[in-house]
Design a protein around this ligand. Structure first.
Ligand code: HEM
Length: 158
């Protein structure tokens, strides 16, 4: 079995789990929490769901990074980072770095405590902000997936 085929399959599988979770959180979970559909304690509802998903997201992000780097090295694709038509390669790496920062640095060391305090004192504003940030991350992720799926099969868009 070709190692690149295995890496590509795992890459896509992990992207599906990770970005699918972001989509579900944004369009369903946080929207329901904001409306109070999951109980009046919105912070508890959010943390119950987030606590379980965050580890899936962390594992998926690691797998996406390792398989992505493996494919780049095996196929010797480094030159693409000097060409604008491969903007989706830059987008994949930038999005990945952004999520590594959020999941491994910002969330455990900064956001966890700050958001807890904010959501306790001003829940409406805190959850509106959280929702907006998720929409932005989801939009960036969807553009990246679209560009990468199209670009890696020859449709360069620009
Ligand atoms: C360190 C980060 C990443 C690296 C180095 C990387 C690298 C790669 C490489 C080398 C390919 C194969 C390109 C080709 O065959 O021409 C690929 C495909 C792909 N990547 Fe990434 N990637 C990374 C992160 C991401 C992220 C964050 C996403 C999505 C949000 C993503 C989504 C995809 C998709 C959808 C494909 C197309 C698979 C296909 O249709 O065959 N990647 N990636």
């Amino acid at each position: 079995m070709d190692g690149v085929v295995v890496a590509r399959t795992l890459h896509i599988l992990a992207v599906v789990i990770w970005i699918g979770g972001v989509s579900m959180a944004t369009t369903v979970v946080i929207a329901a929490i904001r409306r109070g559909d999951l109980g009046s304690d919105r912070l508890k509802a959010f943390q119950t769901i987030e606590r379980r998903f965050v580890w899936q997201a962390r594992a998926a992000v690691i797998l996406v990074g390792l398989t992505g780097l493996y494919m780049t090295a095996e196929l010797d694709l480094w030159d693409r980072f000097r060409m604008a038509e491969f903007w989706w390669m830059h987008a994949m790496v930038c999005l990945w770095l952004l999520f590594v920062f959020i999941l491994f640095v910002a969330e455990p060391f900064i956001l966890h405590r700050r958001f807890h305090r904010w959501a306790t004192t001003a829940p409406d504003v805190a959850f509106a902000w959280l929702h907006r940030v998720h929409w932005i991350l989801l939009a960036l992720a969807l553009i990246t997936v679209f560009g990468a799926a199209a670009g890696s099969h020859g449709w360069l868009l620009f």
